[in-house]
Ligand binder design. Structure first.
Ligand code: HEC
Ligand code: HEC
Length: 358
C-alpha cells in the first residue's frame, strides 16, 4: 500500500475508531485502568504516544517537562490546544475529564505538582529579543512560530526527533504563566533538543529577559487566535435541470474548474420510497494531480478530503447536488494549513455547484 494511504489510515483510524483497541491495551495493564488513562488512550496517545513517550506530539513523560509545568498549564493546554498547530483544543471534555487526564499525565513521573509563585517575571523584552535570535530562532523560528511542518507532515525533516513548539501561540501564552515559562527555560528538557539555559551558562537575568520577550508575542498572537465560526456540515444546491443534465453539467463544471473526474458511481437508482416516487443517486469523484500532490505534501490528513465527492440526487421530482463540507472536519484539527486547504476545497465545491446549477 502507498505510504500516504497507510499514514492516512493510521491517523484516521486512530482519531476516530481505535478507542477500543487502546482500551484493550490498557485493560491488559490492570493498575492503569483509571478514567484518566482511558481518556488519555482515547484522545491523546495517538499523538503523544502510549505512556507519554511522544510521537507527532512532544513527549509528556519527561521529568523536566513535568517539573516545569503546573497542572493548570496542562489543563489549559488541553482545553485551548495550540490554534494553528497540530495540538487540538478539547472544548467538549468536562472539567472532571480534563482533571483526570492531567492526573494521568502527572503520573508519568512520581513527583507531585511542583510549586510556582504567581509573581510576574520582570525582564527586558528588547534584550530578550536579541538573545532569542542568537539562541532560539533556529529551532523556534524568528518570530517564535515553532518548527516547520505540521508534525505528521512529510515536510517535517525526519532527523528532527521532536518538533520545536510554537511560542508565539495564543494557546501556549494563555496556558503558561511567566514562572512556568521561566522554569521551562532554566531546566530545558533532557532527551529533547531543548537544552537547559542555566546549563548553557545564561544568567537568571538573561532568562527573565527571554521570558519577557516570549510574553510580548501575546499581543501579536491575539488576533491570530482561531475564531471558530459554525460551518454547514453539508453543502446543498437545488438544480433547475433534469437529473441526467445535472450529472452532465457537474462533469463539465469539474473540468472547467481545472480538475478531472476520477470515478463515477451509480447509487441506488430506481429505489422507490412509498408515496414519494423514485429516488436516484449518482456520485462523481473528482480531483487533480496538482491538488492531491500539493495537499498530501503538506499533510497526509489532507487525504481526508480527496478526491472530492459530489452526489446528485433526484427525489420526489427535485434534483439536488450535495457534498459534505470539508471545513467541518478541519475544526477538529486546529491546524491552519489544513483549514486553509479545506476552505479552498469548499470554494471549489461552491464554484462547481454554481456553474452546474445556473
Ligand atoms: C535545538 C533546537 C532548540 C533550540 C536551540 C531551543 N529550543 Fe526550545 N524547544 C525545542 C524543542 C524540541 C522543545 C520541545 C521539548 C519537549 O517538551 O519535548 C522546546 C521547548 C521549549 C519551550 C517549552 C514550550 C512548550 O510548549 O512547552 C520553551 C518555552 C522553549 N523551548 C524556549 C526556548 C528558548 C527561549 C530558546 C533559546 C534560548 C530555545 N527554546 C532554544 C527546541 C529548541
Ligand atoms: C493530533 C495530535 C495531538 C493530539 C491528539 C494531542 N496533542 Fe498535545 N500536542 C501535540 C503537538 C504537536 C504539540 C506541540 C505543540 C506545538 O507544536 O506547538 C502538543 C503539545 C501538548 C502539550 C504541551 C507540551 C509541552 O511541552 O509544553 C501538552 C501538555 C499536551 N499537548 C497534552 C495533550 C493531551 C493531554 C492530549 C489529549 C487530551 C493531547 N495533547 C492531544 C499534538 C497532539
Amino acid at each position: 500500500m502507498n505510504p500516504v494511504l497507510i499514514l492516512l489510515s493510521v491517523v484516521v483510524l486512530s482519531l476516530s475508531a481505535c478507542a477500543q483497541v487502546e482500551r484493550a491495551e490498557i485493560t491488559s495493564d490492570r493498575d492503569e485502568e483509571t478514567a484518566g488513562a482511558r481518556l488519555y488512550a482515547q484522545y491523546c496517545s495517538v499523538c503523544h504516544g502510549n505512556h507519554g513517550r511522544g510521537g507527532v506530539g512532544v513527549p509528556l513523560a519527561l521529568e523536566d517537562f513535568l517539573e516545569s509545568v503546573s497542572n493548570q498549564y496542562i489543563e489549559r493546554t488541553i482545553r485551548l490546544g495550540r490554534p494553528g498547530r497540530v495540538m487540538p483544543a478539547f472544548p467538549r471534555l468536562t472539567d472532571q475529564e480534563v482533571q483526570a487526564i492531567t492526573e494521568y499525565v502527572r503520573s508519568f513521573h512520581w513527583a507531585d505538582e511542583p510549586l510556582f509563585s504567581s509573581e510576574p517575571v520582570e525582564g527586558d523584552p528588547e534584550l530578550g529579543g536579541k538573545l532569542f535570535i542568537a539562541f532560539c530562532a533556529r529551532c523556534h523560528g524568528a518570530n517564535g512560530e515553532g518548527g516547520e511542518g505540521t508534525g505528521v507532515s512529510f515536510s517535517r525533516p525526519t532527523f528532527i526527533p521532536i518538533l520545536a513548539p510554537a511560542l508565539n501561540n495564543a494557546g501556549y501564552l494563555a496556558s503558561a504563566s511567566d514562572q512556568v515559562i521561566k522554569r521551562s527555560l532554566a531546566l530545558g528538557r533532557e532527551r529533547t533538543p531543548m537544552r537547559s539555559l542555566s546549563a548553557m551558562g545564561l544568567s537568571e537575568q538573561n532568562i527573565d529577559d527571554l521570558v519577557s520577550y516570549i510574553r510580548s508575542f501575546q499581543t501579536l498572537s491575539a488576533d491570530r487566535a482561531a475564531i471558530k465560526r459554525p460551518v454547514d456540515a453539508v453543502l446543498v444546491q437545488q438544480s433547475p435541470h433534469s437529473y441526467e443534465q445535472t450529472i452532465e453539467r457537474i462533469r463539465q463544471a469539474v473540468v472547467n474548474s481545472g480538475h478531472s473526474v476520477v470515478r463515477e458511481e451509480l447509487l441506488g437508482e430506481g429505489i422507490v420510497d412509498p408515496g414519494e416516487g423514485e429516488r436516484k443517486q449518482y456520485v462523481v469523484y473528482f480531483g487533480s494531480l496538482q491538488i492531491i500532490s500539493d495537499g498530501l505534501a503538506h499533510d497526509p490528513r489532507m487525504g481526508l478530503f480527496l478526491p472530492g465527492k459530489i452526489t446528485i440526487v433526484e427525489h420526489a421530482g427535485v434534483v439536488k447536488v450535495l457534498a459534505s463540507n470539508p471545513e467541518q472536519y478541519t475544526a477538529l484539527f486546529n491546524n491552519i494549513a489544513l483549514s486553509d486547504f479545506a476552505a479552498m476545497l469548499h470554494g471549489i465545491y461552491l464554484a462547481i455547484f454554481k456553474e452546474a446549477t445556473s
